[in-house]
Design a protein around this ligand. Structure first.
Ligand code: KIV
Length: 264
């Protein structure tokens, strides 16, 4: 049985320049195949609201949904680090966040929780961190705010918003975030942030220079109705789901993915 990946392993991988491969995972079947394929981090994303439930957005996903799916994943893999999304409005105050994050850790088996948003969550991250909960801060495109943003757009394109992203990243690292996820951010901006902060940066649509890459598994298997620009169909190039996962891991580790076609 392989040793479980920890936060300190992810930090060592960042320091050594070894890329980290991450995929979304919502159930036992994918978790087992992804572990066999060598995926380092399994993200139980609230994207399951769109992928599994067929909803237009992630906002209807509940704590019960996240606990159920996180448990399925965490009970069916050993080596990958399991990260679980905090769903919309489950972290409206620091106290509410602490209660809900602790359920994802204690009841569902997550090793890290992820929440969307910048500076206003510094106190929340600090509280969680003080209570021994590892947090990944999700910046850039934050899908839970889709109705406020008005769509799924690339973030940080102009100087002012790029600076805001960098300031938020530095602040949240200082607040105690153990990891950062950047979604749909220009590759140059993500590269600068990755170089500037000490915690691992996971990118999705954020270029090659991030420490880690993540994709929605159903997108990279060509199962989704819409293929985002930043994704690639890895199943098209092989004959099984497990080898598609394996080829993704190899492409991330050898820095072949993402290429120019998949970045902003
Ligand atoms: O919910 C999710 O799957 C995510 C990824 C898109 C990063 O947050």
């Amino acid at each position: 049985m392989s040793k479980a990946i920890t936060i300190s392993d992810l930090n060592k991988m960042k320091q050594a320049g070894e890329k980290i491969a991450c995929l979304t995972s919502y159930d036992a079947c994918f978790a087992k195949l992804q572990e066999k394929a060598g995926v380092d981090v399994l993200l139980v994303g609230d994207s399951l609201g769109m992928v599994l439930h067929g909803q237009e957005t992630t906002v209807s996903v509940t704590m019960s949904d996240m606990i159920y799916h996180t448990r399925l994943v965490s009970q069916n893999c050993t080596r990958p680090l399991v990260m679980s999304d905090m769903p919309f409005m489950s972290y409206g105050s620091p106290a509410q966040a602490l209660g809900n994050a602790s359920r994802l850790i204690a009841e569902a088996g997550a090793k890290m929780v992820k929440l969307e948003g910048g500076a206003m969550f510094a106190d929340t991250i600090s509280l969680l961190s003080d209570h021994g909960i590892a947090v990944c801060a999700h910046l850039g495109l934050t899908p839970q705010s889709v109705h406020k943003i008005g769509g799924y757009f690339v973030q940080g394109r102009d100087e002012e918003s790029a600076k805001q992203l960098t300031d938020d990243a530095l602040l949240l690292e200082k607040a105690g975030a153990e990891c950062l996820l950047l979604e749909c951010v220009p590759a140059t901006v993500a590269a600068d942030i990755t170089a500037e902060i000490n915690i691992p940066v996971i990118g999705i649509g954020a270029g090659l220079d991030c420490d880690a890459q993540v994709l929605v598994a159903h997108d990279m298997l060509g199962m989704s109705a819409y293929q985002p620009k930043f994704s690639r169909n890895f199943l098209q190039e092989t004959d099984s789901i497990e080898s598609a996962f394996r080829n993704y891991v190899t492409a991330v580790k050898s820095q072949v993915f993402p290429d120019a076609a998949h970045i902003f």
